[in-house]
Structures are given as structure tokens and as C-alpha cells.
Design a protein. Structure first.
Length: 402
């Protein structure tokens, strides 16, 4: 009988690992659930070493992209709703998809399902399928509404992708403009201006005042530039080391939430992630405790993830969810207020859906406002710096011609 290794969480949320002899991974999962444990991953022990090598960080690069996964989920839901069996639907996707990663993924899923493994368990081993989707599929397997939860999972993936895209769009353009203008200015200050200075000094002609001020700046960079770059490099390495530690990551993520405007975007995004994920999972029949495990994994900001973990621990001790969310400079205040209403009325999922819709509009409006203000502000600031450098440079050139 094969031996399977497993990773799970017990009823108190504590991680549990071990091995178990069973006929299949599905049997192991069933026995663990009978204990009241939440199954995270199951794999054959003799294949563990090979699996670890094959599923390194390259899996994230070689696996299907989120858009491809979302499309395949919608196709799967349509076919299930039309009466096609799960295996037949997956075989159709595997044979007709134009994407090689999707074909390979669904062929692997087909093989595992044919061996008796549940689809939700098989999805846990596949890159590109988020943890909340695995829990939704598991609920669909228990309740028989698989096509409904697949559509809901696809909608959540799309909403999350749209949010991340909007945030990236708002922050990427200013960063590119600053880097490009800074690079051009630095090149002129450190390369062109020193050459111009030597030329004017060789001709014995005085420098215009504005050019002289730029030469002073250039001399400063020539003298202290290497030291400054070294200091920046050391600071960057130190930041990365601190950020890689759990305590440092939480502290930096917490500080990021307090940055003016940018911090508000992060707070709105975190609130949106919490309300969307928890609302969708609870409305699908997942318990609040199990849902919070997925919500914690969905947060890229580790300070938010820590708050969710504390919330889960507090609920186990008998506290209300809403009270645990009242943390200053973290989730938006409306989330805790509306969560309290949902807990009292018994319609937490509906309330969280309203919170999600409200904060989606708030985040979109803030991003538009940021884009509207940041673009002209950067143009003015960067234009002033570049204009000063160019004017000083060309006035120095005119001094040569006199």
C-alpha cells in the first residue's frame, strides 16, 4: 500500500504534517477530514523529492496564467451546466485549448480524477489555481453546485486581476517617467557638464551664473557620487534582508499602509480582498474559520495576513469577527461596522458583497484621482529639473560661441 505525506491544519488552526498509508490520496483526505482537519496538500511520499524539484519557482512561470485559468473555469461551468460529465468537460478543454499550459494542466487533472482523487484535491497541486478556488470547488463537490462555484471563482479571479492592474497602472507611469528623466539628468550632470566646464576653462571664458550653479552640483556628484551610490546599494541590500524576515516584512507592510495616498490605495485593496474573498466563500457554504485561512493566504500584505490570523484565533476563543477588524490604519472602518451588522443579522455574505462593491468604486475613484494629479505634478517637477539642466547647458554652449 502506498504511503502518502500530508499537510493540514487542525481545528485550532495549527499546522499538522505526517504520513499515512492508504490506497489513494482521496482516502487520506477523507480520514483527515473525519478528524476535523483542513487538508492543505497530499502527495505520495516516494515522489516527494522529485515533486519538490519539479515544482520549484519555475512552476509559477510555466503554469497557466490567471486569465487562461479563468477562461477554462467558465468553459467548464458551461459544459457542466449543459449536462456534460466532469471528466468529459475537462477532456474537451484539454483537447481544444490553444494554450499548451492549460492542456498540460487539464491532462494532469484528468489523470488524477480517473485515479479516484477529488478535483479539489488535484487542483491543490496545480500552479495557477488560487487557494480560494480549491475551497470553492470542494464546497461544490459537497453541495452539487459545482458549476455555480466555478463561475464565482472565475469572477473573483477577474475582480482581483482588475484591481491589481488598476493599481499597477496608477503607479507604473510615474515611476517610468521619474526613472527616465532622472537617468537623462544624471548623464548630463556627470558626463556632459564636466566636459563643457573643461572646454570653457581652457578658453578662459567665464561661466554664466546658472551654468556655474550646475557645475557646482556636478562637482558634488563627482566627489560624493560613488559614496552615495554605495550607501544606496547597502541600504537596498539591508532593506531586502529585513523584508525577507517575517518580522521585518510585517513591519514594512504596516508602515506602507501609512504612506499618504499610496497607503490608502493599499488599505482599500486589502479591504477589497478581504470582503470579496470572505463573502464569496461564506456564500458558497464555507465556514468563516475555514474562509479566513484562505483570506489570510490571499493577502500579499503580511500585516493584513497577521490581522486575519489574529481574527481567526479570536473567533476560536468566542469573540466576534467585527471586533477583531477594528485596527487603526489597517482595514477601512466601514468593513468592521458592516461585518458587525452582518453577524447580527445572519447575512454576512450579502453585507460583505455590498462592502466589496462600495470599496471597488472607492478604489477606482482614488486611482483615477491619483492619475489625474500625479501626471501633471510629475511633468512640472521633472520638467523643471530637466529644463534647468538644459538651460544651464545651452547657456554654457552660447558662452563658447561669444
Amino acid at each position: 500500500m502506498p504511503s502518502f505525506a500530508f499537510s493540514a491544519r487542525d481545528a485550532n488552526g495549527q499546522p499538522q504534517t505526517g504520513t499515512m498509508d492508504a490506497g489513494s490520496a482521496a482516502m487520506v483526505a477523507s480520514q483527515l477530514r473525519e478528524r476535523g482537519w483542513l487538508v492543505l496538500k497530499i502527495w505520495q511520499e516516494q515522489e516527494a523529492a522529485a515533486a519538490d524539484k519539479a515544482r520549484g519557482w519555475l512552476d509559477g512561470l510555466l503554469g497557466p496564467r490567471g486569465v487562461q485559468v479563468e477562461l477554462s473555469l467558465r468553459q467548464l461551468a458551461v459544459m457542466l451546466r449543459g449536462g456534460i460529465s466532469l471528466l468529459a468537460a475537462m477532456e474537451t478543454i484539454a483537447s481544444q485549448s490553444d494554450n499548451k499550459a492549460i492542456r498540460n494542466t487539464y491532462n494532469q487533472l484528468i489523470d488524477q480524477v480517473q485515479q479516484g482523487r477529488a478535483l479539489s484535491d488535484a487542483l491543490e497541486d496545480q500552479p495557477g489555481f488560487p487557494s480560494f478556488l480549491v475551497r470553492l470547488v470542494r464546497v461544490g463537490e459537497r453541495t452539487g453546485i459545482q458549476e455555480t462555484v466555478l463561475v464565482r471563482g472565475a469572477n473573483m479571479m477577474r475582480a482581483r486581476r482588475d484591481t491589481l492592474r488598476d493599481i499597477a497602472a496608477a503607479l507604473t507611469y510615474p515611476l517610468i517617467v521619474i526613472l527616465a528623466a532622472g537617468g537623462a539628468t544624471l548623464y548630463m550632470v556627470t558626463t556632459l557638464i564636466p566636459k563643457l566646464t573643461k572646454l570653457l576653462e581652457g578658453l578662459g571664458k567665464p561661466l554664466p551664473p546658472i551654468t556655474q550653479s550646475l557645475v557646482t552640483v556636478s562637482n558634488f556628484f563627482q566627489t560624493w557620487g560613488p559614496t552615495m551610490f554605495l550607501a544606496v546599494g547597502v541600504a537596498t541590500i539591508a532593506f531586502i534582508i529585513i523584508y525577507m524576515s517575517q518580522t521585518g516584512r510585517i513591519a514594512i507592510d504596516r508602515w506602507a499602509l501609512r504612506i499618504p495616498i499610496i497607503g490608502r490605495i493599499f488599505r482599500l485593496s486589502g479591504t477589497l480582498t478581504f470582503s470579496q474573498t470572505l463573502g464569496a466563500l461564506v456564500s458558497s457554504g464555507v465556514t468563516v474559520l475555514d474562509s479566513l485561512v484562505t483570506v489570510q493566504q490571499m493577502h500579499s500584505n503580511q500585516y493584513f495576513a497577521e490581522i486575519v490570523q489574529r481574527s481567526r484565533d479570536a473567533i476560536i476563543r468566542g469573540n466576534n469577527l467585527a471586533d477583531t477588524l477594528r485596527v487603526k490604519n489597517a482595514y477601512m472602518p466601514l468593513l468592521a461596522t458592516m461585518t458587525a451588522v452582518g453577524e447580527e443579522s445572519g447575512n454576512l455574505d450579502e453585507v460583505l458583497d455590498e462592502v466589496s462593491q462600495f470599496h471597488t468604486s472607492q478604489l477606482g475613484a482614488l486611482i483615477k484621482t491619483l492619475s489625474a494629479w500625479v501626471t501633471p505634478a510629475i511633468i512640472v517637477v521633472v520638467g523643471s529639473i530637466v529644463g534647468y539642466v538644459y538651460i544651464a547647458f545651452f547657456l554654457g554652449m552660447f558662452a563658447i560661441a561669444r
